[in-house]
Design a protein around this ligand. Sequence first.
Ligand code: AMP
Length: 215
Amino acid sequence: MRIILLGPPGAGKGTQAKRIEERYEIPQLSTGDLLRDAAKRKTPLGTEAKAYMDEGRLVPDPLVVGLIVERMGLPDCASGFILDGFPRTVGQAESLEKELDRKKSPIAAVICLRVDREKLIERLVGRRICPKGHGEYHLRFRPPKIEGRCDVCQTELVQREDDQEDKIRTRMKAYETETAPLIEFYRDRGLLKPIEAGGTVDSTTQQIESALNAA
Ligand code: AMP
């Protein structure tokens, strides 16, 4: 099963992708995570990408496409995957389509998460992460047991560089101008599954599972 998760920043793609990963036993491929990891390791690609990411701008297509195509070629992707945060431009979608046509392994469904703008901003502004990779918290919706500290390792939680308000605005704009056209792209191909994702995490997961079971 090959699935795409589409939606604006803050829609819950990462959270839902992890649930789908467990439920369907297919890996979550997050270009955001792959790029952050490359940036942390200071690879040439990571260093180049970081400058865009810190400002909330999209990383150029050739860098992202190369990274994801390499990842999709690993053995754990043989029976499927869930793409989280890719594609984000029509150019990326076309490259992906070409690659999957070549491998005769088409996309089964494109899950498109929809959330009101104010709610998206509230989710992103309050997001805090464990710098050691123990997951995400939210000041209001998922506070840690001890204020400002990770539940697992007690390290001080941090805000993602691109979760500051001015960066969030840039990311939203990039979504509206560059990524939203993918909704039509996949609707034309009969793959689009629109989901109302403004409610609880569980209610969104339920809708996604129904859509995937019907795909
Ligand atoms: P995310 O973790 O999905 O919110 O992505 C964080 C940042 O990584 C984005 O704001 C972009 O700068 C970059 N990024 C992630 N995925 C892509 C992509 N498919 N195309 C271009 N840039 C991306």
